[in-house]
Design a protein around this ligand. Structure first.
Ligand code: ZN
Length: 675
């Protein structure tokens, strides 16, 4: 699970002037459309040994080599469109200050950010601000050699192919469609299925699944499902298969990393991953995941592969991502306290006993320092990650949970003085709570969500882990969030020294409800409903406690000077409601109650009140903030000795957003335009 707890933070504001600095480090880079680009630091890198620095360097190279895979996974025209835009952007000799050119530049920046032509979060297709006529003459005017033309193709034909995809709003309108009742495959633009219906895809995988298999592989995880001559088959992503050219390069760098691994356990992990990339065998992938779980003593760790399935409307096919990191030893102390008490938390949760784990296993948790973000974690990233995703591996072997300390830090540093809370928080009393405690309680909520929430509870025997289908992700995120909300208010946290007093949690409660009931709507286009799983989960929770608490007036939405505000009248009753919903959500998950999941999500999580939505957008607009954030990566520069050996690796923070994207497109262009 990649947990975008960051969305909360991200919606909470940022620097109005894009000049936030701390210790002379510039955390902000630029702002455009609904996006702000930040920069993060990698403190502690200098202190690594030479061997560890080499390991990080090789793994970051392996990370960057996968970039094109994600573009292609997100839509089959994405690589061609990106390359055409880049060709025009770098080669256009006409007026580069015209409104059309400027709008195309913004569009290209958005394509880079989303790894495709659909919004990274809402998944709707971008509306280009430049004219097709401009784009056509620009393509025809530049040096033909800059364009990535398929054989025999003219620039004009290239334009004819991509123009409708960019400009016609009816073509590929959504990357991931989750609207109930529609064929989710036919109506989703993602490139995971080709030429078949949702029913055919579901039939194909249902036929493979054996309900009595207690250690099932993650069916469909690493392939595109296609129908060729009436036959449905998988095209597997592996060396020699689909995306083979990129995967070969990833493997090349992984092998270099293997040679400088910190210890035999880590070496075995890398070896097994290479084996998986070579064979595409999903049983090997599970073996790799188990080895990865056992590698807990290395300072450096990484994710590299087909990991999260949020981009597949059926939740099976995984997008490619990579994260290279090393442990932040001081901050990890906090999550170790939480993990160390995992059984206590499980035992005392309000969940029905039959759905609890008798023994909570292997909840390792650490705070990490990200060294590079790549694939589906770049430029927008999660701040918490919990892997692996396989249910049986999680219950038999546990999971690794991380929160990314230097990313959280960059958000916080960039957020000072945005005016966001001043606009949306109801009174100085709540504002003071938030200013005093929210940084801390946000982090704690993320820790609880990651370290305990996802790892808690169990499925009843025989329950299909995919039983909740399209509602599975939302229910899972709600489960983890509720676990965190319930416990952030527990006196146990004060006893453990994690919160200073019994008021601190109120900051988290207030921000959570304000976000779920109102302010996350700044990310939704008027007229749209909520699609993204984490946003659905937050509205589900906030709306549910709001409705259920009405008889006792637990939470109110009040009007002051024509503006809507959240008021929490009874924090303890609110906690009780979170507990009640947690018990119900865990029951739904444990029993695979699809009908109940459907009703909860459709009743509370999806619909948007248009009047409130318009008001929030209007108030937000005046703040001139960007609701989404992403990052540029640092550069790692090896210092070579006289024999070409690596003597040192320097981390450099001087690259701009466009500069970095163009460099990546040039140096890590691993795939053909059509795959
Ligand atoms: Zn999560």
């Amino acid at each position: 699970m990649t947990c975008v707890a960051v969305a909360l933070l991200a919606a909470c504001g940022n620097a109005k002037q894009i000049t936030a600095r701390a210790n002379n480090f510039k955390y902000t880079v630029e702002q455009f459309a609904d996006l702000q680009i930040l920069r993060y630091r990698v403190p502690g890198f200098e202190k690594l040994s030479l061997q560890q620095k080499k390991l990080v360097y090789y793994l970051t190279e392996a990370a960057l080599q996968g970039r094109d895979i994600l573009f292609d996974q997100n839509g089959k025209y994405n690589l061609t469109i990106r390359r055409t835009l880049e060709a025009v952007y770098t080669g256009y000799k006409g007026d580069r200050t015209s409104a059309d050119f400027k709008a195309m530049e913004i569009y290209l920046k958005r394509v880079w950010f989303s790894n495709g032509i659909h919004h990274h979060y809402g998944s709707e297709k971008f509306v280009p601000g430049f004219a097709p006529e401009f784009f056509k003459q620009a393509i025809l005017s530049i040096d033909k050699k800059l364009l990535s033309l398929s054989s025999g193709q003219s620039p004009e034909q290239l334009f004819d192919v991509i123009s409708p995809v960019i400009f016609d709003p009816a073509i590929m309108p959504k990357r991931v469609n989750q609207a109930a009742g529609e064929d989710l495959i036919k109506t989703s633009a993602c490139n995971y299925y080709d030429g078949l219906t949702q029913q055919e895809a579901e039939d194909f995988y249902n036929a493979l699944k054996n309900p009595s298999d207690e250690t099932p592989i993650s069916y469909g995880l690493n392939s595109r499902l296609v129908k060729v001559n009436g036959k449905v088959e998988e095209k597997v992503w592996k060396v020699g298969g689909l995306y083979g050219a990129a995967i070969e390069k990833i493997v090349y760098w992984l092998k270099k990393a293997e040679a400088v691994a910190e210890n035999p356990e880590q070496k075995a992990v890398i070896e097994k991953l290479v084996d998986f990339y070579n064979t595409g065998d999903l049983k090997t992938f599970d073996d790799y995941a188990i080895l990865w779980l056992k590698d807990i003593n290395s300072l450096i760790d990484f994710v590299n592969g087909f990991t999260e399935s949020y981009g597949d409307p059926l939740g099976m096919k995984a997008s490619w991502e990579s994260l290279v990191n090393f442990k932040d030893l001081d901050a990890t102390h906090r999550t170790e306290i939480i993990s160390g008490n995992a059984q206590w938390f499980e035992d005392h949760s309000p969940v029905d006993k039959q759905f609890k784990k008798e023994k909570v296993k292997g909840v390792t948790a650490k705070v990490i320092t990200a060294a590079i973000l790549a694939g589906d974690l770049y430029p927008a990233t999660a701040i918490g990650i919990n892997l692996p995703n396989s249910n049986w591996i999680r219950s038999q072997h546990g999971s690794k949970s991380v929160t990314i300390g230097n990313i959280t830090d960059a958000y916080n540093k960039a957020a000072h003085g945005s005016g966001f809370d001043e606009e949306f928080v109801v009174s100085p009393k709540e504002l003071e709570l938030i200013n005093s405690y929210a940084d801390l309680t946000d982090e704690l909520h993320t820790d609880l969500h990651e370290c305990l929430g996802h790892g808690s509870g169990k499925l009843l025997p025989g329950v299909d882990p995919d039983a909740l289908k399209a509602y599975g992700s939302t229910i899972e995120e709600a489960r983890a969030d509720l676990f965190g909300l319930y416990y952030v208010a527990d006196k146990k946290l004060v006893d453990l020294g994690l919160t200073p007093n019994m008021d601190a949690y109120k900051a988290e409660y207030y921000k959570y409800l304000m976000n779920g009931l109102m302010t996350q709507l700044v990310r939704i286009v008027p007229g749209n409903s909520i699609e993204e799983a984490h946003m659905r989960n937050r509205q589900l929770i906030a709306r549910w406690v709001y409705e259920k608490g009405k008889p006792q007036n637990v939470v109110e939405l009040i009007k002051k000077n024509g503006k809507t505000y959240v008021v929490i009248n009874d924090y303890q009753k609110l906690r009780h409601l979170f507990g009640e919903l947690l018990a119900e959500i865990q029951r739904i998950k444990s029993t695979g109650d699809y009908a109940a999941a459907h009703d909860l999500v459709e009743d509370y999580a999806v619909k948007v009140d248009p009047v409130l939505h318009a008001e929030i957008l209007e108030r937000y607009k005046k703040l001139n903030l960007a609701p989404y954030k992403g990052f540029v990566n640092p550069k790692y520069e090896p210092v070579l000795g006289s024999n070409g050996e690596i003597k040192d690796v320097k981390v450099v923070y001087d690259e701009g957003y466009t500069e970095q994207m163009l460099r990546y497109s040039k140096d890590y262009s691993t795939l053909p335009s059509w795959n």
